[in-house]
Design a protein around this ligand. Structure first.
Ligand SMILES: [Zn+2]
Length: 216
């Protein structure tokens, strides 16, 4: 079973990807991790990637496709992948299609965490981190209380880039880039829409239900 998970920034996609990977013993693939790993292994490709990133340049689709091919051709991960935040564009999606076929696999399903703009803004604007212990809270969804947190409230702080304009820009960019991908997978009858506004545990239950129906 190979899965793809989509969701806007702030929708809790990373958490869900980790939960799914753990529960179904899948290997999580994010291009950020793959790039860091390649740099860490100091391969020729890793050296190229590092110099691109140092220059602030974008890593090309060719490089990304190359890294994905390595993962798909690795027998260790045969049919055990969850793609988190990949593919990012149609070119990458078509390449992924080609590669899964080449290595006798398939994409079993595509999950999209569906969250509207208003909820994302509320969620991100309310986010607080305790600078003393590192715990994360949310003014609206999970406030810090003396039951769940022992530090002084003065340690609660908000991320500086979490202002509304940045959030809206990031969200719009994400939607514009992702909508064509959702159409692409919808045409292949692989797309499942998940209500990303629900609580984290409820979202995970819904996802588990979908995956169970795939395995049945
Ligand atoms: Zn604390």
């Amino acid at each position: 079973m190979n899965l793809i998970l989509f969701g806007p920034p702030g929708a809790g996609k990373g958490t869900q990807a980790d939960n799914i990977a753990k529960k179904f013993t899948l290997h999580k693939v994010s291009t950020g991790d793959l790039l860091r790993e390649e740099i860490g292994n100091n391969t020729n490709l890793g050296v190229d990637i590092r110099s691109l990133l140092d220059k602030g340049a974008l890593v090309s689709d060719d490089i990304i496709n190359n890294l994905i091919m390595k993962i798909l051709s690795d027998k260790k991960f045969f049919n055990r992948l969850i793609f988190d935040g990949y593919p990012r564009n149609l070119n990458q999606a078509k390449n992924l299609d080609m590669l899964v076929k080449k290595y006798n696999q398939k994409i079993s399903c595509v999950l999209n965490l569906n969250v509207d703009r208003k909820s994302i803004i509320k969620r991100i604007l309310g986010r607080q981190i305790c600078t003393n212990c590192g715990l994360i809270f949310n003014e609206k969804f999970k406030p810090s209380t003396n039951k769940n947190h022992s530090c002084h409230p003065k340690f609660l702080s908000k991320r500086s880039d979490d202002n509304e304009k940045t959030i809206i820009d990031r969200f719009e960019t994400y939607l514009n880039k992702t909508l064509p991908l959702l159409d692409f997978y919808k045409e292949q009858n692989l797309l499942h829409q998940i209500n990303g506004k629900a609580e984290i545990d409820h979202i995970f239950e819904e996802i588990q239900g979908i995956i169970a129906s795939l395995e049945a």
